[in-house]
Write a protein that binds this ligand. Sequence first.
Ligand code: RIB
Ligand code: CA
Length: 317
Amino acid sequence: MTEAIKLIIDTDPGQDDAAAILMAHGLAKRGLIDFVAITTVAGNVGLADVTTNARMLCDWVEQPTFPVYAGAAKPMIRPLVTAANVHGEHGLDGAVRHEPQTPLQPIHAVAYLVDILRRAAPQSMTLCAIGPLTNIAQAVSLAPDCVQGIKEIVLMGGCYFEAGNITPAAEFNFYVDPHAAAVVLACGAPITIVPLDVSHKACVTAARMNGLRQTGTQNGRRLADILQSYERHDIQQFGLEGGPLHDPCAVACAVFPDMFHGRSCAVAVELQGSLTLGASVVDWQGKSNLPVNARWITEVDADRLFDELRLSILHLP
Ligand code: RIB
Ligand code: CA
């Protein structure tokens, strides 16, 4: 049995983030990961709401001492753009909200990331980034030496073979903070990118939604209710068979890499274009002399992904 990976999730919950976070808590219960902490970043909705949502999720899984750190309230340079039209005013439409018991940690998420990565054994921590990359970009800018503690950054973001979901050219996480995405892509850590190219192949069909309800668990029912509310936007926009499970793809890719396939190539983010700001420029054919800096994922075994999600939810209350 290989050692469980040490996972930190940087997130902007967010309905699909909620699925990813519940999956991670279930994976921890299964002994497949050491789920170390959650750091929150403004994205789908503002920082206060994404942080409340992260703490609520920890209450739902009866982990009231789980470490949650609040991070950046806005992108590095750009004004904040949210996706409340998709996820709801407070970012978790479909869920019954409550005042969370899980406390907020007293230090800023960026300071926490710098400290834990500096102290970590070399290449021992996996960062799963499923929101705008502001926190991670600020950490590696503030303290480039903290990269030593990173085993891999698995991030949900970008699009190349798929159209953008916030502009025709850009995916939401890269669009909200393109400068942060560029900083992270240049930080030198091993990076795996889980873009719309693959998350659009992992959609919550009615059968998969029922599979969550049939777990008979409170969190299976909660998650099905949330995803039922979430799916309408992307079905209308992309004509998909269900809501694409973007963020759980990133968690699954960190834990079950053989479930996914892609190619190592040079990846850059457009920072200048008025129409293409945040677009992913992927040298899929190896035409440029740009350094290969990431693995770009395009394929997933979607049935296996949902099996692992369901199995993880079965381990929750
Ligand atoms: O484009 C999809 C990504 O943007 C997901 O992480 C979703 O939660 C939003 O943050
Ligand atoms: Ca997200």
